[in-house]
Design a binder for this molecule. Structure first.
Ligand code: ZN
Length: 64
């Protein structure tokens, strides 16, 4: 299993998509466009929006 991907196991409270509020999100590693550093982010499987893990509950932020 790659270190750059891992299934996200819902915790309490469950992480929901910041757009559609579905709980079908995954946690994956990505490179930050500004710093170039790897960080973990959530990605919604429905609307493909992604947002940094440490911004959970914050503003939407797409890094595609
Ligand atoms: Zn969504």
């Amino acid at each position: 299993m790659s270190d750059s991907y891992r299934p996200y196991t819902p915790q309490k409270p469950p992480v929901r998509c910041i757009k559609c509020f579905d709980t079908s999100v995954i946690l994956s590693e990505a490179k930050h466009p500004d710093t170039g550093r790897l960080f973990w982010r959530f990605t919604c499987l429905d609307c493909r929006i992604a947002w940094p893990q440490d911004q959970h509950g914050g503003a939407p932020d797409e890094y595609e």
